[in-house]
Each structure stands twice: as structure tokens, then as C-alpha cells.
Design a protein around this ligand. Structure first.
Ligand code: 5GP
Ligand code: ZN
Length: 113
């Protein structure tokens, strides 16, 4: 998607602090962190969100792999525990319509939800 900022980060058209990349995913630091450590994991294929994603085997496998990058990268970033968040749709607080898993932690005052 040519007007998608996360596709632009994947294509290195705009800069980001990339902490991980493979053939299917990229993870980079959130520009406006809500915790000491806050990064986003995205697929290289443009997918809007969980509301519009296909529920087929390939998509489920992709999201499973994406989620399992969270503990690996959180540990790499020095976290012993972390929180994940996936905002879906405008009414779910989503602002960038390229699906991303937020991973954050590091503070010792996590609010119980
Ligand atoms: P959403 O509200 O869509 O779940 O989250 C979008 C996130 O992307 C926000 O936390 C925001 O700070 C982050 N973000 C938006 N634009 C950029 C950008 O250009 N670079 C980086 N690194 N993060 C961005
Ligand atoms: Zn995109």
C-alpha cells in the first residue's frame, strides 16, 4: 500500500528504529512510547486489522508466528515481562491501518486490567 506509513517503514522509505526483521515480519520501536520499552511487530504483507483479516490457515499461522516473536524480542529488549495490545478498527483505538501488535513493558507500575 503506497500511502501506508508502516509499508513505508518496511520498504525503508521512512526511518524507524528496527529491532528485528526477517522475510515475513518487521519489529520497530514505537515513535511515541507508552512505556520504557515499546515496540511494534508487523507483517510485511499489508493487512488492515483483525476485523478484516481472513480466517484461513495461512493467516492464523502468520498471526501465531507474529505473536510468538513477542517474548523473543521482549527478552532481547531486556524485559522480564511485557504486555501486548492489538487495536482493531477506529472504535478500537486503531490509528495506523496496517496490523501491528504493540509490545511494551519495563515500568513497575502496570495498572491491573
Ligand atoms: P494504533 O493506535 O494504530 O494501535 O497504534 C499506532 C502506533 O504507531 C502508535 O503507538 C504510534 O505512536 C505509532 N506510530 C505512528 N506513526 C509512526 C511512525 O512513523 N513511526 C513509528 N516508529 N511509530 C509510529
Ligand atoms: Zn501497510
Amino acid at each position: 500500500m503506497s500511502d501506508c506509513i508502516f509499508c513505508k517503514i518496511i520498504n525503508k522509505e521512512i526511518p524507524a528504529t528496527i529491532i528485528y526483521e526477517d522475510d515475513r515480519f518487521v519489529a520497530f520501536k514505537d515513535i511515541n512510547p507508552i512505556d520504557k520499552v515499546h515496540f511494534l511487530i508487523i507483517p510485511k504483507t499489508h493487512e488492515e486489522n483483525l476485523l478484516t483479516a481472513k480466517n484461513d490457515l495461512a493467516t492464523r499461522e502468520m498471526f501465531g508466528e507474529m505473536l510468538m516473536l513477542a517474548p523473543k524480542l521482549a527478552k532481547k529488549e531486556g524485559l522480564e515481562g511485557f504486555r501486548t495490545m492489538i487495536n482493531s478498527g477506529v472504535k478500537g483505538g486503531q490509528e495506523v491501518f496496517h496490523i501491528h501488535f504493540h509490545v511494551y513493558g519495563g515500568s513497575d507500575h502496570l495498572r491491573k486490567i
